[in-house]
Design a protein around this ligand. Structure first.
Ligand SMILES: Nc1ncnc2c1ncn2[C@@H]1O[C@H](COP(=O)(O)OP(=O)(O)OP(=O)(O)O)[C@@H](O)[C@H]1O
Length: 231
């Protein structure tokens, strides 16, 4: 299942602050491939993630996840696609206030109708993989920015999404953790065959990516390694 963005234009703000954040952008993202989204600050990376994540409807164009045009879905179907098909690891973490790290994962699983001992074990395993085994009972306000983001990653991975959207995963962590997190995202992409799009300024991430989309030139075909579709 690929993600194909076709002729996407997004205008944000009103009056004097009106800005064309994306201008007729076309780009392809393949399953099993970690694609780094690069470009200077303000070039539209976060906007692209919002469109791909069915969080923002573009003014023009199509956002095809497989055969589904996310740009044409009703609000209800968008919400469903977000819940069932798309995983997010954004800087805000998008965590629910009042729930512990472990509960964040279990609540997401429960919403998707998955509730079992195996899910609980997997949730702990993933929180351990992102280095949070000592933070299982911490609520978002008791976690650092980088820790919140890692909870969001563990939650996304538990849901095994078709599309994994990641915004600046290494911005709030130290260099060792940055390398570990990047390796985890790459491993997950290759193992589960999800389409992974990572907006980044970090050479650690771009170095580990299988392909690159440059916002200034739209598409630079990458050397895809390990793609499920043969690269
Ligand atoms: N609500 C808004 N109203 C007006 N302009 C906006 C709004 N949000 C973003 N923009 C503008 O849209 C453009 C794209 O922003 P976006 O956040 O997608 O860039 P980015 O590449 O993710 O930047 P960064 O690397 O700094 O995170 C920028 O010029 C930004 O100033």
């Amino acid at each position: 299942m690929s993600l194909h963005l076709h002729d996407i234009t997004v205008t944000l703000g009103r009056g004097e602050s009106r800005t064309t954040a994306l201008h007729h952008l076309t780009a392809d993202f393949r399953p099993g491939v970690l694609t780094a989204l690069v470009g200077p600050s303000g070039s539209g990376k976060s906007t692209l993630l919002a469109v791909a994540g069915a969080l923002l409807r573009p003014d023009t164009g199509q956002a095809l996840l497989g055969e589904t045009d996310l740009a044409a879905l009703t609000d209800r179907d968008c919400a469903r696609a977000r819940r069932e098909r798309i995983g997010y690891m954004f800087q805000s973490g998008n965590l629910l206030t009042g729930l512990t790290a472990e509960e964040q994962l279990l609540a997401a699983a429960s919403l998707a109708g998955r509730k079992s001992r195996a899910v609980r074990d997997r949730a702990r395993e993933l929180l351990t993989e992102v280095g949070l085994e000592h933070r299982l009972r911490h609520r978002p306000d008791q976690l650092s920015g980088g820790e919140r983001q890692r909870v969001a990653l563990a939650r996304a991975l538990l849901m095994e999404p078709e599309l994994l959207l990641v915004d600046e995963p290494t911005a709030a962590v130290d260099r060792n953790r940055a390398a570990d997190l990047t390796a985890l995202i790459a491993r997950t992409t290759h193992r589960y065959g999800c389409v992974t799009v990572v907006a980044t300024h970090d050479p650690v991430v771009t170095g580990a990516a299988d392909a690159t989309v440059d916002m200034l030139h739209h598409t630079v075909p990458g050397q895809a390694r390990g793609g499920r579709d043969g690269g």
